[in-house]
Design a protein around this ligand. Structure first.
Ligand code: IPE
Ligand code: IPE
Ligand code: MG
Ligand code: MG
Ligand code: MG
Length: 287
């Protein structure tokens, strides 16, 4: 299956499941739910749920067991975007083709929408027997994961940092959740240790390739296509791959990371082809 069709299929499944969860929260403050829905159901790639569901396909030939974790991943990711855009962080006005949550609902509601998405992600993922998945999601989002990486990203603004420091920021702020997406899908499908290790390595390299491409798109991409501003990183004096390596070497490194991701899949057969294609997709995408 071509990778765009794969992403579309997994997105539809995830969005339908997310809708079912929202239906359980009737009676909650309507504007809070509206703000959560506004950011969550806007046009997005749904890469992390697709990775969780796709890993379960590879391991088990069935993605059903990974669906709650797929929902949780997209909710955690969306919370991270809402907070990433806040004035105290990247101060951006456009996200997923819409005014950012704080522009549409005000800062307080945006912060609470993020908090609620994060919290309820764990409610959804907390299925009996899923303890390992909860640990994966928490660690990937915590101080040695996304939140820690976001802290380092902000701390590095306006500074010259070396490549090792930049790689650490990317591994934490973006890589950890992408790696976790692949891992939770594999875990829920009952992956054996060798398969889990190989898929983890895939997720790690894919996450790096993905964030390098994100940095490149911030300089070269079209805001309308991306649904978010271009030029935000230069404005915020962010440490990025293009700013540290230059554009040509940044592109070459993204290619290398994608090849490494594909190399991690060498033990798998055609069932992993769509993940191989996904590695190309993440570095050649325009949004
Ligand atoms: C953007 O993530 C933030 C990063 C971690 C680079 P995505 O590029 O996956 O954004 P959506 O989910 O498609 O909006
Ligand atoms: C943010 O990286 C990664 C997150 C954890 C949200 P960026 O700040 O580069 O993401 P965009 O470019 O705003 O989507
Ligand atoms: Mg940021
Ligand atoms: Mg940002
Ligand atoms: Mg960016």
């Amino acid at each position: 299956m071509p990778c765009e069709a794969f992403l579309a299929e997994k997105a539809a499944k995830t969005e339908a499941a997310l809708e079912r969860h929202f239906a359980e929260w009737v009676g909650a403050p309507a504007e809070l739910l509206d703000a959560m829905r506004y950011s969550l159901f806007a046009k997005a790639k749904r890469l992390r749920p697709a990775l969780a569901l796709g890993a379960a396909d590879i391991v088990l030939g069935d993605d059903t067991p990974a669906l709650p974790a797929a929902c949780a991943l997209e909710m955690i990711h969306t919370y991270s975007l809402i907070h990433d855009d806040l004035p105290a962080m990247d101060n951006d006005d456009l996200r997923r083709g819409r005014p950012t949550a704080h522009k549409a609902f005000g800062e307080a509601t945006a912060i609470l929408a993020g908090d609620t998405l994060l919290t309820m992600a764990f409610d959804i993922a907390a299925i009996p027997g899923n303890c390992a998945v909860i640990h994966e999601l928490a660690r990937a989002s915590g101080p040695l994961g996304m939140a820690g990486g976001q802290f380092l990203d902000l701390e590095a603004e306006g500074k010259r940092i070396d490549l090792a420091a930049l790689r650490r920021i990317h591994a934490l702020k973006t890589g950890a959740l992408i790696r976790a997406a692949v891992r939770v899908g594999a875990l829920l499908a009952g992956a054996r240790p060798e398969a889990l290790d190989a898929l983890s390595r895939y997720g790690e390299w894919l996450g790096l390739a993905f964030q390098i491409a994100d940095d490149i798109l911030d300089e070269t991409g079209d805001a309308a296509a991306m649904g978010k501003p271009s030029g935000s990183d230069v404005l915020n004096q962010k440490a990025t791959y293009p700013s540290i390596l230059g554009m040509d070497r940044a592109r070459a490194f993204a290619e290398e990371a994608a090849v490494e991701a594909q190399r991690a899949l060498s033990g798998f057969g055609p069932e992993a082809d769509v993940f191989r294609q996904l590695a190309d997709y993440v570095i050649h995408r325009d949004r």
